[in-house]
Design a protein around this ligand. Sequence first.
Ligand SMILES: Nc1ncnc2c1ncn2[C@@H]1O[C@H](COP(=O)(O)OP(=O)(O)OP(=O)(O)O)[C@@H](O)[C@H]1O
Length: 273
Amino acid sequence: MTTQISFRNVTKRFLVKDRESRRRTEFTAVEGVDLDVARGEFVVLVGPSGCGKSTLLDLLGGLTEPTEGEIRLDGVPVTGPGLDRGIVFQQYALLPWRTAQGNVEFGLEATGVPRRQRADRAREFLDLVGLKGFEERHPHQLSGGMRQRVAIARSLAYDPNVLLMDEPFAALDAQTRESLQDELLRIWQRTGKTVVFITHAIDEAVYLGQRVAVLTSRPGRVKQVVPIELADRTSQVDLRSSSAFARYRHQIWDLLRDEVSRAQRQEKEVVGA
Ligand SMILES: Nc1ncnc2c1ncn2[C@@H]1O[C@H](COP(=O)(O)OP(=O)(O)OP(=O)(O)O)[C@@H](O)[C@H]1O
């Protein structure tokens, strides 16, 4: 098992302006995070609202820099964004004036792939996410789930080493969400990509993750990493109702419970301040 991603003592502080005093104060979003992710692994981060999940993913995506500590990808410190990482956000972030095909090709334009190959590759990845026949549709002609499939195809098409997913299914209805979870697991099995996936849904974390890292309330730290030892998810008929699944769900809920109530108290303090 080779380590592909390592967070070492990663801390991120933001400077925020106090409304009353108008002074800038430091605000610690995540603190002292240590986490290793192996090549080809599917790791899920869960934590209460505002605990710094997106901040960790932004740091790994190179969209922002740690205040302390270091993140390495394939042994090299992350210092900015790169095509070795594909990011999928909750909001589809598709170009409305381009077709599904055009959106996936857009992701390839920065990589220098010749035009003809771009078209073939875009078709191949739209097919992989189950959108064969929808290539010429514009985003407004697609359902939410389909748009998110286009976003996933776009991220996969330029062949990143790592797929970073920030609550990609949160805005979808329950059924679409479950079918996309299966789709994602199949794609992960076929492509062997390393996936770092953020969610605050415990079921989603248990269903998808080979390991689930539970974060504390703000400032976010890794509270515990839980290995999920369930047999091949997609080949089981109703894994979500199995007793093993329920045990993992309970274990993670137990770890999260105190953190969620602490996060709610913190939010009230901020509102009351
Ligand atoms: N650029 C910024 N400047 C100041 N504070 C920020 C900035 N970005 C994030 N924060 C704060 O850092 C904390 C962590 O935010 P983050 O979005 O990472 O949390 P999260 O766990 O992803 O939350 P949620 O589950 O609600 O999406 C929050 O309190 C947020 O307000």
